[in-house]
Design a protein around this ligand. Sequence first.
Ligand SMILES: Nc1ncnc2c1ncn2[C@@H]1O[C@H](COP(=O)(O)OP(=O)(O)OP(=O)(O)O)[C@@H](O)[C@H]1O
Ligand SMILES: [Mg+2]
Length: 364
Amino acid sequence: MTAAPLVFTRAVPPAPEYAGLDLLATAVLVLDRDGRIRYANQAAEVLLDMSRRHLVGQPAPRLFSDEHQFERLALSASAGDASQVHHVAELRRPLREPVAVQVLVSAIEGDGGGLLLEMLAIEEQLRVNREDRQLGLSEANRLLLRNLAHEIRNPLGGIRGAAQLLERELAHGEQREFTRVIIAEADRLQSLVDRLLAPHRAPRVVAEFSVHEICERVRAVILAEFPQGLEIVRDYDASMPSGRGDKEQLIQALLNVVRNAAQALGERRATGSAQIVLRTRVARHVHIARRHVRLAAEIAVIDNGPGVREDLKDRIFFPLVSGRDDGTGLGLTLAQAFVLANDGNIEFDSKPGRTTFRILLPLA
Ligand SMILES: Nc1ncnc2c1ncn2[C@@H]1O[C@H](COP(=O)(O)OP(=O)(O)OP(=O)(O)O)[C@@H](O)[C@H]1O
Ligand SMILES: [Mg+2]
């Protein structure tokens, strides 16, 4: 044992036993004493966009945009410096744009010495934090809504029934106008409450589903709803395997997202330039709700509309938040609830001219 703090000093087993590191979400590089890469886990391959075969043997400093920064980190890690906790660095990637990472460098004790690098893309870290917050909120939302909806539903039937009885008693046609307003509003509220309770009511039916069948169903419904001036482009990944989940829930979720896009495209529909792209991709080694998923389907809905209103961006998944005059603000709340129920995740990115809603669903 040395006097270095435990956190920065680890005994690393010989190469074949690193296999467990492939399960980690964090990119891990093991360097020899000369700073050459001895081992890279799968997350490192994904982060650097290079195969392990290419990585092994390379001098690690070359991966850093600032090689001196790496040397400083390495030096202080070897000295057991506690200030090494999570540094921000930029990595070069030969085939892609550079990526900002949080990096933790630790000295390896024994096994010939060397360094251990743990790296997580900052973008990924932010996404995980955002997802955590979103998950917590939606759970609280769902509970609140469900209870509220139940409380509203019971007296609502009574109000409507009483208004109907009253209507029969009323002599004048004008007075009946009032009871009609009560009945119509009670009906409107009833359908709102029914939508709120929908995710909790229907039993889940889990079976094999085809991502493209879901996309095609949604495409057909939306084109029937918006027959003029809207183009829905298919950009499908033909190698997409099938998944397991509740197909009807997923259709409803995607439908809500695509319908929003079509609604946001009102002006462009009028000039015939509205476009929605339905893009599917197989995604490997992604994180969904903090779980590492080997294989996932990514369904992106991209529209060329005006974008999500700035003041709504933080809240659009909240219930009853709407930017439309006739919106109830439940579409995305429900879409999120359905996607979560199928172990997936939904997020968006929006600027004028390009809004992308992305649904990730685990396939394996
Ligand atoms: N693709 C998009 N482009 C621009 N704004 C969007 C887009 N998708 C959603 N929004 C905004 O997010 C708001 C919330 O959407 P959500 O589907 O939850 O409710 P809604 O569409 O208003 O009502 P509902 O879906 O219940 O009829 C919308 O009103 C709209 O302002
Ligand atoms: Mg909607």
